[in-house]
Design a protein around this ligand. Sequence first.
Ligand SMILES: Cc1ncc(COP(=O)(O)O)c(C=O)c1O
Length: 468
Amino acid sequence: MFDINSHAVENIQSWSYDYPWKLKIVKPIKLEKQMDPLALNLNKQIQESSQAAFDCLSDLGKQMFFPAGILTQSAEAKEKAHRFNATIGIAVENDEPMHLNVTKKFFSNLELKDIYPYAPPGGRPKLRKLWKDKLVKTNPTLKGKHFSTPMVTSALTHGLCIAGDLFVGQNDVVIIPDKLWGVYRLNFVTRKGGKIVNFPMFNSQNGFNIEGFRQTVETEAVARKKIIILLCFPNNPTGYTPLPEEAEAICQIIKEQADKGVRIVTISDDAYFGLFYEDSIKESMFSTFCDLHENVLAVKLDGATKESYVWGFRTGFISFGTKTAKPENLYPALEMKAQGVIRSTVSSCNQPAQAIIETVLEDPEYWENLESKYQIMESRARQLKIILQKKHYREAWEYYPFNSGYFMCLKLTYVDAERLRVHLLDKYGIGTISLGKTDLRVAFSCIEEENLEELFDLIFQAAKELQA
Ligand SMILES: Cc1ncc(COP(=O)(O)O)c(C=O)c1O
């Protein structure tokens, strides 16, 4: 009998080698027997702090742990190995990370230690603390609340992957409004075997469809003990963020189910956070979810990618919050599990990008720059609303309400969205995104204000041509 890896969480079945080339399945072993003692310890810690949080974990989430291997030994050596440190797998020369000058010339304001070595799997500690401070500064309701210190992810996509691994199991239901970013499906359904259940995002008054949300949550909660709810505001593709009374109703609906004992994981996708242009809420819903109820485990995904305009830096964060008497036991255990996912997927996230964001977060110029870009985006959104008042447009489309973010979305009346997209591209050289039969997403974030009118006039003209 050859144990491929006695610590491997994915090693749910035992394998036997008769010959090196012949791999045959013996018999499935029960999960608990196979579980690493470190995972069992984390589970115990989580269960003792919050049974509900434990119940929210997927099978993989229950098995996940952070191995006490090379990284732990290296960390110890970093503290104590004064003579020679021959632990971690980087190369050293003259007491500095070995590097090629040809790469160094691109980094004039970073020290070698902030460029070349691996970042810790959970992210640079100072950056994590600064991001937490930023969350409280920009979400004042979070002040004084206990939520975990954000861990660095390879941006929001990776945060979704971590949340999926930890909380979404086979056939678990993820409730999401029907206006959604398509990659959720790839992550929760294709990767995790979960089920996405949609409800129409808007009601007939063009507000957030509270009744639809209530019915969907109630129906799914009756059928199962655990549900996952994903809300993305500012929304992709519509650019909508709820009004304060809508946000309150959403929280109330979640709380009612939690009162009945349903375990609820809320995932807040805050990719476009901060770009609120009108009278919507201006904080993340996580601010309320994180201490809403003992049965609600809130997960916050956010990042520098979109809100700090550094998409390619791939730097995001994942944070947890719940109402518990023992947050100091719960969060470190959840973090260790998240760290296990990070270690087994990307190992750790980009060091220089983290170092840059860490530095600019303390620079007043960051906040000034952010404000000036906000002004540009807000002005585009306002100008677009004026342009969209043109009466003749109404025969070709309505538009979904938008008050935030990068996008707006047309609801076409007579022309098929994909036909229009292709026609716009072929005849006018205009790129848009078609979503289903009626919806055409326009990212006004990448169109200069003075070009918006021409863009929408051409979309209208193209629609008319197809009608003819
Ligand atoms: C709603 C939403 N969430 C997450 C992401 C992924 O963001 P990131 O680039 O930070 O991975 C996107 C990107 O397009 C998005 O639109």
